[in-house]
Design a binder for this molecule. Structure first.
Ligand SMILES: Cc1cc2nc3c(=O)[nH]c(=O)nc-3n(C[C@H](O)[C@H](O)[C@H](O)COP(=O)(O)OP(=O)(O)OC[C@H]3O[C@@H](n4cnc5c(N)ncnc54)[C@H](O)[C@@H]3O)c2cc1C
Length: 616
């Protein structure tokens, strides 16, 4: 048996029946992958200078929602333009999400090396991966479905964004949701909290690590993070299972939820592999006229009768505004772009969820054998369960808590990641996600040979530090420069150090003691002399390995006027007529958790505002 799995030939005589049966079975299962995917989206045949009521730039988490909602009205012609193409099979299967990082389906943005933080990360640059395909980042994210806290949206409202009251926001979350988790549906209070007939299916992952997660939940309870049935309802000093934008073991991107069901509408035209290089704004009357597009080496112009909606995400939306003449006038002139509207906040004030890890090594979980692994691949095709049915870098267990005594609002989220002993591809996986350097990873891989790893990823929910995004050049193919500025404000360092010390206590709980767990020291020369688990140690680790949870926001933030923001609370670009931004970049202060659900909600609310303003 062992020889069969080490590629040695099978020496037993055969009359051909058995190999044929197995070859046919393998062919059947190989073909069964196709049942997972949808046919390719239809692409419109357009003529240069065609005109539309609305042009939506970017078919990501928000753009897909906007194009779908606007085209529900048959009187409006809508053009949806996406730089990428159809999402690949690996996007549908949650367990293959890691293969999308740094692939052709990723914009592969990297932050600039600031010479101070993240120096134990490859090249000192943090990977700001972003989906380049239909569904955008919702086609390559980890699928955690987290709404955030009421207080987040109350803050938006209190900042003068009157269209975003807690009630309106909740209504729009519900409008998008179709809750399918049986356990939550059976609890009237939880069931009532969610929507039931929206386009986006939300459910629980069917995690293969449930046996271990149950023990971690007990350990969290022991250190004061109470287990609760729903983390969207109770999120201060609590722990439990997250919902996911996935169901039946398959990802639910916004393309799947919103664009595919609308693809046959005659008033919705779709362009793939088409890069919008500029929004055309009349210099005199500041009115938006259309967009310039590059597709297959050719240039096109499409015009709008009403509005252009930029939904290109937190990096590309400010880039596109700047390329179009909307931004800091000095910066634009320096890059050889004629300023049309001096809008100093474009690309400024960026807030991102910064993360720092705790590695705990222990006797569990044991590695799975090669036959088990391959059987699970086949099993997935039949049952949609097993390791491929959940995100490959995380579990759905999470805790939310506060480092501030008595606070009713979380400032930290921890996500649990489990690596069984001898996890194949561990180093490669990290080189695409958190990008720790070889010095760190070689030690971790060595320890992983005999120890399972419980990795706790701590997410600083409300960082005070701010980054910015600026143009490298006026060439739309040049990625913009990203200055993340993580932990540049001392308050953030203090919060994360406190949180790491609160969380590392888990190693002393009953379960962890029973599996001989110990806190791992990350091999960072600058920190190696410091006492493990001391404030100084965590401070040093935080500065050296701080990375991202891929949640940048605020680069085109909403607010009351051009001096403090880029768009108004109806998401109209200040100083320009007929131009809006609708995506994560408009978030005025970040939310208490992962940002996909809030961005979809913004897509819903943004569509309503556009329709209202166009007399619908
Ligand atoms: C690796 C990763 C993991 C994450 N995990 C989670 C998670 O588990 N849960 C969660 O809630 N959030 C998660 N997020 C964050 C979440 O996915 C994002 O906040 C959200 O998708 C942002 O949506 P958006 O519409 O602003 O941008 P995107 O979804 O990125 O969409 C922008 C779209 O615009 C297109 N585009 C850009 N420029 C142009 C142009 N010039 N012309 C035409 N098209 C263009 C892009 O190709 C893309 O399709 C994750 C993100 C990443 C990248």
């Amino acid at each position: 048996m062992a020889s069969c799995f080490s590629n040695a030939p099978c020496l037993t005589p055969t009359n051909g029946a058995a190999p044929l049966a197995y070859a046919t079975a393998l062919q059947y299962f190989a073909a069964a992958q196709c049942f997972l995917t949808h046919n390719l989206l239809p692409e419109a045949k357009l003529k240069n200078h065609d005109t539309f009521d609305f042009i939506v730039v970017g078919a990501g988490s928000a753009g897909s929602v906007v194009a779908s909602r606007l085209s529900e009205n048959k009187n409006y012609n809508v053009l949806l333009i996406e730089a990428g193409g159809d999402a690949p099979l690996e996007s549908d299967i949650p367990g293959f999400v890691g293969s999308l990082y740094e692939s052709d389906y990723d914009w592969k943005y990297h932050t600039e090396n600031d010479g101070r933080t993240s120096q134990a990360i490859i090249n000192g640059t943090v990977g700001w991966n972003k989906g380049k395909m239909f569904g955008g980042s919702s086609s390559m994210n980890s699928m955690y479905y987290v709404r955030g806290d009421d207080q987040d949206y109350q803050t938006w409202y209190d900042q003068g964004n009157k269209e975003w009251s807690v009630d309106e926001v909740k209504r729009c979350f519900k409008k998008s949701e179709n809750l399918l988790d049986k356990e939550r549906l059976s609890n009237p209070k939880i069931s009532e909290f969610y929507g039931h007939d929206g386009p986006l299916n939300v459910n629980r992952f069917n995690s293969t690590f449930n046996e271990y997660i149950a023990k971690i939940l007990e350990a969290w309870e022991e250190i004061g993070f109470r287990n609760v049935p729903d983390l969207n309802i109770e999120n201060v000093n609590t722990s439990g299972y997250l919902l996911a934008s996935a169901t039946g073991g398959v990802r639910q991107s916004t393309s799947k939820a919103y664009v595919i069901p609308a693809e046959k509408r005659s008033n919705l035209k779709i362009l793939k592999h088409s890069l919008v290089t500029k929004v055309l704004i009349n210099k005199k009357n500041k009115k938006t006229e259309g967009v310039e597009v590059e597709k297959g080496g050719k240039k096109y112009v499409f015009y709008t009768k009403r509005e252009v909606i930029v939904s290109a995400g937190s990096v590309a939306s400010p880039q596109l505004l700047m390329l179009s003449g909307v931004g800091n006038a000095d910066h634009l002139s320096e890059k050889g772009i004629t300023p049309i509207v001096h809008s100093p906040n474009v690309g400024q004030n960026v807030q991102d969820h910064a993360v720092v890890p705790i590695f705990i090594f222990s006797d569990e979980p044991n590695e799975s054998s090669l036959p088990e692994k391959y059987l699970s691949y086949v099993d997935y095709l039949v049952t949609r369960a097993g390791p491929l049915a959940h995100d490959d870098i995380g579990t759905d267990a999470s805790a939310f808590y506060t480092t501030v005594e008595g606070a009713t609002y979380p400032n930290i989220q921890t996500i649990l990641v489990v690596y069984p002993k001898n996890t194949p591809g561990l180093k490669e996986g990290f080189s695409h996600s958190f990008r720790y350097n070889d010095t760190i990873m070689d030690d971790i891989v060595e320890l992983n040979k005999d120890h399972g790893i419980y990795l706790f990823v701590l997410n600083l929910l409300h960082p005070v530090s701010r980054g910015h995004i600026s143009l490298k050049s006026k060439n739309p193919h040049d990625a913009p420069l990203i200055y993340a500025n993580y932990l540049s404000d001392e308050t953030d360092v203090e919060t994360i150090v406190k949180a790491l010390k609160m969380s590392s206590k888990i190693v002393d709980t009953e379960y962890f003691k029973s599996i001989n767990a110990f806190l791992g020291r990350m091999n960072i020369p600058a920190c190696n002399e410091l006492e493990l688990d001391s404030d100084e140690y965590w401070r040093c680790v935080s500065i050296n390995v701080v990375s991202t949870l891929w949640h940048p926001v605020r680069s085109c933030m909403m607010g009351t006027d051009i001096s403090n923001s880029v768009v108004d609370s109806r998401l109209r670009v200040h100083g320009v007529k007929g131009l809006r931004v609708v995506d994560a970049s408009v978030i005025p202060s970040t939310t208490s958790g992962n940002t996909n659900a809030p961005t979809i909600m913004i897509g819903e609310r943004g569509s309503e505002l556009i329709l209202e303003d166009n007399n619908y």
